[in-house]
Design a protein around this ligand. Structure first.
Ligand code: E4P
Length: 214
């Protein structure tokens, strides 16, 4: 299972990259806006920190605009993945990007039918938003399971990228279902590490080590 970090904050990306557990990065317009910097500058910096797929989202919602923005951002670095919204013009643009060898991450996926369309257009990644489904009393994990099963049934090459992850249990469940990737906020990556028995056990070992003659 690959781990991407879901942030545009360079300090968070550096921290996770130093742990050696990060395979890529996803950003979105909300995360970029929080940095207060232009998207291209932020993405350029991210590419220098992490050597893996870096998702950068287009703002256009019409086919021509999506293709124009996507080509431009893809030119910036070979690791760029163009993030495209799951709308008709987006799917059409994914088909074009696929033919041109540009990698895509189809975002804002909330149903298995949407995921099927993205796979048929040749998307590199599909991003079901688990947390946002849970937010409206849906079952984010059921959506993830359906997509993984459907893709396996037909051998689609599109990778399933579990997104909108809110807590460690989401990561565990996504891993059990067999999601190819999880994109995880920095806070949750840190939470994956924590266990009170590890802390208590380490404190005890360190105390006992003081009693050992050197
Ligand atoms: C995915 O690529 C998105 O950036 C992200 O996971 C959205 O998460 P949120 O629902 O917590 O905003």
């Amino acid at each position: 299972m690959q781990f991407f970090i879901d942030t545009a904050d360079l300090d968070e990306i550096r921290d996770a990259a130093e742990m050696g557990v990060i395979d890529g990065v996803t950003t979105n317009p909300t995360l970029i806006a929080r940095t207060g910097r232009p998207m291209k500058d932020v993405v350029k910096d991210i590419c220098e920190i992490v050597d893996g797929p870096i998702s950068a989202e287009v703002i256009a919602t019409d086919y021509e605009g999506i293709v124009r923005e996507g080509r431009e951002v893809a030119k910036m670095h070979p690791n760029i993945v163009v993030k495209v919204p799951l709308i008709a013009d987006g799917i059409k643009a994914v088909k074009t990007f696929t033919a041109e060898g540009i990698k895509t991450n189809v975002t804002l996926c909330f149903s298995p039918t949407q995921a099927l369309l993205a796979a048929k257009a040749g998307a590199t990644y599909i991003s079901p938003f688990l947390g946002r489904v849970d937010d409206i009393s849906g079952e984010g994990m059921e959506l993830l399971e359906q997509i993984v099963t459907i893709y396996q049934n037909y051998g689609f090459e599109t990778k399933v990228l579990a997104a909108s992850i809110r807590h460690p249990l989401h990561v565990v469940q996504a891993a059990l279902i067999g999601s190819d990737v999880a994109t995880i906020p920095h806070k949750v990556i840190r939470q994956l590490l924590k266990h009170p028995l590890t802390d208590a056990g380490l404190a005890r070992f360190l105390e006992d080590a003081k009693k050992t003659p050197s």
